[in-house]
Write a protein that binds this ligand. Structure first.
Ligand code: SDX
Length: 436
């Protein structure tokens, strides 16, 4: 029997339906609230507000569950194949072998970018932030592929998704090569998704980078673990921008910008910088933890905490295992991994972190693995964006397929009441900076 929620205002009752999702998560449908009561709700940070119905990813933050189209992420760990998972997220089911082969062929075929786009890289300063380049060049795809501004058929959407999935690698690799003054390495049609990316990143004209199978599988799993996460900040941004019927490239470019923030995808860079500061600053994990608990310090334990996961982030568990297994196999020992493990051990016991349910999140270990693979720190969030791209594409298309109205939240106004215009001469002196 469907439930209702009753709001009593000035003695008058207003009933609202309670809707329930696949996993019995309930929500009050308030879509008629303002029309019926004149009220809106206020929810700073939107932690209590559902923005949509979605069938792509399910998260249970209390039980540390993350499923892509119903499949637990742990089941992708054996023989990880990012493109297969990307197809699952974007098209709603696992691909048949023909579908997979056709999509993989298109990714290979579309790996190059227009030579005109390549010349754009030369105009960026060498020290330009790779996320700024990535966001602008993904948006620039709408200049070079105008035929995909309007995706009015599944076939066109399939082609646009393949182009974007394929070309983001080349854009990312070319951004890195430009930053180091290295020649661009063109995609190699004989290589699969990850080996081709690492070839474009690390090969030289006289020295072909060979992708070790261990690295290939670890990198595939990293991309899979970042592939989607329901209505996180960047995905919500993609949906918000897409709700105005902005094209796929522009919407994903906006998602890249949102992901850049240190509270979101930029945290993987902040984690590495934090671990390096502890290592080089000769701080002990205990000393750093004291800072992280002291609000006045402005220090946060980066890579810890999550709006949804209040038990553990299943991705952090898998990434921690990858770090432990991969580094020794690559013959690498990273003191930052020991520091990370030390911080985690302290936090799991410390009342400050336990009471606030702060556990390692996806960003805590990913940087250590990327560093072991040779990815420079300023490219970590770019790798996160490459992983998250199929999720963004899937959400953009899911929203595009439903009769969605443009997203337009309301607000509570706290500014001036009615105020008259004062001509310039009558405005007196400039108030001192300290005055309100
Ligand atoms: C990602 O949404 C997603 O799904 C995101 C993501 C995805 O896949 O898309 O999972 C990817 O963005 C992971 C998060 C990466 N960010 C970080 O690691 C940055 C460090 N973490 C925090 O800034 C914070 O935990 C957030 C941003 C992740 C979550 O912020 P919330 O939910 O708004 O929590 P909050 O800021 O309200 O904090 C609640 C309390 C506060 O203390 P009190 O005021 O209650 O005393 O916990 C404290 C905070 O000060 N706190 C921390 C902390 N995180 C929260 N204290 C120290 N270190 C931290 N990391």
């Amino acid at each position: 029997m469907s439930q209702i929620a009753t709001l009593i205002l000035d003695g008058e009752s207003h009933d609202f339906p309670v809707i329930v999702g696949t996993e019995n998560e309930p929500a009050i449908d308030i879509s008629t609230l303002r029309a019926r009561t004149g009220l809106i709700t206020l929810d700073q940070g939107l932690g209590n507000t559902g923005s949509c119905r979605s069938a792509i990813t399910y998260i249970d933050g209390e039980r540390g569950i993350l499923r892509y189209r119903g499949i637990p992420i742990e089941q992708f760990a054996n023989g990880p194949n990012f493109i297969e998972v990307a197809w699952l997220l974007i098209f709603g089911r696992l691909p048949t072998s023909d579908e997979y082969a056709g999509f993989a062929r298109e990714l290979t075929h579309q790996a190059n970018i227009d030579e005109g786009m390549k010349h754009h890289f030369d105009s960026f300063p060498r020290k330009a932030a790779p996320m700024a380049i990535l966001s602008s060049m993904v948006n620039a795809l709408s200049c070079f592929h105008p035929e995909f501004l309007e995706l009015d058929s599944p076939e066109k959407f399939w082609a646009a998704a393949a182009r974007l999935m394929s070309k983001i690698r080349t854009i990312a690799a070319f951004a890195y090569r430009h930053s180091r003054g290295l020649p661009y390495m063109y995609p190699d049609p004989n290589l699969k998704y990850v080996p081709n990316f690492l070839h474009m990143m690390f090969s030289m004209p006289y020295d072909h980078f060979i992708c070790d199978e261990l690295v290939r599988d670890a990198f595939n799993l990293i991309l899979i673990l970042h592939a989607d996460h329901e209505q996180n900040c960047s995905t919500s941004t993609v949906r918000m921008v897409g709700s105005s019927r902005a094209n796929l490239f522009a919407s994903c470019s906006a998602g890249i910008s949102a992901l850049w923030g240190p509270l979101h995808g930029g945290a993987n860079v902040a984690v590495l910088e934090m671990l390096q500061k502890i290592h080089e600053g000769h701080l002990t994990p205990q000393e750093y933890m004291r800072l992280a608990k002291d609000k006045a310090s402005g220090v946060r334990l980066m890579g810890f905490g999550h709006r949804v996961y209040k038990n553990f982030d299943p991705r952090a568990k898998l990434l921690g295992q990858i770090a432990e297994e991969l580094l020794p196999k690559l013959g690498k020992k990273d003191p930052l991994l020991d520091i990370a493990r030390g911080l985690e051990a302290i936090a799991l016991e410390d009342p400050y972190f336990v009471e606030r349910k702060l556990y390692p999140n996806v960003d805590f270990y990913s940087g250590i693995i990327l560093r072991a693979i040779g990815i420079p720190v300023n490219m970590f969030t770019v790798i996160f964006a490459m992983g998250r791209l199929p999720g963004w594409i899937a959400h953009w298309w899911e929203q595009n397929q439903s009769e969605t109205r443009i997203a337009r939240p309301r607000q509570i106004y706290t500014g001036n009441g009615l105020t008259d215009y004062t001509p310039m001469p009558g405005r007196g002196r400039t108030p001192a900076a300290t005055e309100g």
